[in-house]
Design a protein around this ligand. Structure first.
Ligand code: HEC
Length: 241
């Protein structure tokens, strides 16, 4: 009886040692997997058009940012898809310091100019991050339409019942309404003169106080320097659609 109890005790002891060591094994294994996750991978799919229409100072990229700086930690360039083809862009080796991954435009210094799509890495439990961009025109003009005209200008210029000064800055109308069109407010001036930002009223009213005496002072529309520069560069680059 005595021996039996001892052997049962020994059995339980060895079983628990085995279980504990098995548990340890598990932890070490999990840890190794997490380390391998240091190189997370972003897979972006979509039909992107207009990447090549940016002037040489800018690039359309997928990029990783660390949340503290406007400068990308890592980038991978994106080029336009062949008509109607779905493309995939893969950015591998995304380290722990990267907190957001974005489809964006950067300048030559890798500084973020604007963002089309952004995802917070914290939401991903997995090592592969999937971003679906759908169908997106990321050209310079489409971006100005989307991030300047639609958000700031169209309210007065065509999105409601009226278009101030008869000028429509709504999607599908703005280009024809601006390109080489004479100004009604300042006769003799052009609204948009390709390759000549200084002589394009569109740029002058964003960058100077020229409209101070107009019935609406456009310098109230506070624009970032980045956006002003973007409009200038678009015009100087030929104002391509
Ligand atoms: C709050 C209303 C309002 C907003 C917002 C606004 N505008 Fe205007 N805009 C006007 C008015 C009013 C005029 C006519 C001024 C006049 O006749 O004195 C005008 C005139 C213009 C003209 C001159 C048109 C011509 O033929 O001479 C341009 C160009 C213009 N706006 C561009 C813009 C742009 C670009 C934005 C966005 C950054 C913008 N506007 C935002 C009210 C607005």
């Amino acid at each position: 009886m005595k021996w039996n109890a001892l052997s049962i005790l020994l059995f339980i002891l060895s079983l628990s040692i085995f279980l504990f060591s098995a548990c340890d094994d598990g932890r070490i294994y999990e840890h190794t997997v997490q380390n391998a996750g240091d190189g997370r991978v972003l897979k972006l799919t979509g039909r992107l058009a207009g990447c090549e229409k940016w002037t040489e100072d800018y690039s359309v990229v997928v990029a990783g940012f660390n949340g503290k700086s406007e400068y990308a930690v890592m980038t991978k360039s994106v080029s336009s898809a062949a008509a109607d083809a779905v493309q995939q862009v893969v950015m591998a080796g995304i380290g722990e310091e990267v907190s957001t991954v974005e489809l964006c435009v950067i300048n030559k210094l890798r500084k973020r100019v604007l963002t089309f799509l952004s995802m917070d890495c914290a939401f991903f439990a997995d090592d592969t991050l999937y971003m679906d961009a759908g169908t997106l025109d990321v050209s310079m003009y489409a971006t100005i339409q989307d991030q300047l005209f639609n958000t700031t200008c169209a309210n007065c210029h065509g999105a409601s019942t009226q278009a101030a000064a008869g000028l429509y800055l709504t999607a599908g109308h703005s280009y024809a309404a601006l390109l080489n069109q004479p100004s009604t407010v300042m006769p003799g001036e052009l609204l948009l003169k390709p390759h000549d930002a200084e002589n394009s009223l569109l740029y002058r009213l964003l960058s100077t106080d020229i409209t101070a005496s107009w019935s609406y002072d456009h310098s109230k529309e506070v624009l970032s320097e980045t956006m002003q520069q973007l409009v200038a560069d678009w015009i100087e680059g030929g104002a391509e659609k």
